[in-house]
Design a binder for this molecule. Structure first.
Ligand SMILES: [Mg+2]
Length: 241
């Protein structure tokens, strides 16, 4: 092992760390694009859909926009990668149903699932902290290529229940929620700003650098780094009972 830590829990970033960032753009975006029209036509009574449609009309200022125009707006936002709330809401519905139906299977790098299983077996607790919503995280772990991984995970955190990923306060909030001392928490992420924030909150952190990911070239500054999860060794006191 290149790196060795004595901690009680590992907190995982998803995009760029456990999973390929490109999967979202290459697989999930086209899937949502193909299903906006059906969702708008078949589910106009669903309160979440109704609210999202009202928000689209509000944001575009076109109060009379029909389903065709709404779909066009959603696709334009998708092309521009705009983080508009109604777009995120409708994508969330489409993706969670796609995963549940078996149309979609999430992505994990090959080294990740064996490490998660080994750490879980060793008595470590595993948590997720991702900018994707908790609902999306749940679907991601439930519908993995290796089956349901959700039983391995003790808790899910996003920007709603924990806060922005580059602020130390968010990491303090997660430590409080888990009841684990900051010095017994290890955060794995590909983004230097997130690693900085975790360390500022008293956590351990490892920068995960995978070829092809957006932050691979930039690197992770002074943080410890690993190319894959099998380079990270962890001893836990929780298992010695
Ligand atoms: Mg990331």
């Amino acid at each position: 092992m290149t790196l060795q830590f004595a901690v009680d829990a590992v907190v995982l970033d998803i995009e760029g760390t456990t999973s390929a960032t490109g999967f979202v753009v290459d697989v999930l975006y086209p899937y949502s694009r193909s299903r906006f029209a059906a969702l708008l036509a078949e589910r106009s009574d669903d309160p979440a859909v109704t609210r999202a449609v009202a928000q689209v009309r509000e944001l575009t200022g076109d109060v009379d926009a029909d389903a065709v125009q709404i779909e066009k707006t959603l696709n334009t936002w998708l092309d521009e990668d705009r983080k508009a709330t109604p777009l995120k809401t409708l994508q969330g519905i489409i993706w969670s149903e796609g995963f549940a139906r078996g149309d979609l299977v999430s992505h994990f790098y090959d080294d990740v699932v064996p490490a998660l299983r080994a750490w879980h077996t060793a008595g470590l607790r595993l948590y997720v902290y991702s900018s994707g919503s908790v609902a999306a995280q749940r679907a991601w772990f439930t519908s993995s290529p290796e089956g349901d991984l959700l039983p391995l995970v003790s808790g899910l955190y996003d920007t709603e229940n924990a806060g922005p990923k580059q602020e130390p306060e968010s990491y303090r909030r997660i430590a409080d929620a888990t009841g684990i001392a900051p010095s017994r928490l290890l955060f794995l992420s590909d983004r230097p700003g997130e690693l900085d924030a975790a360390v500022a909150a008293g956590w351990h952190a490892v920068g995960v650098r995978r070829p092809g990911e957006p932050y691979f070239e930039q690197g992770v500054g002074d943080h410890a780094q690993a190319g894959a999860f099998d380079e990270i060794g962890i001893t836990s006191t929780r298992s010695t009972t």
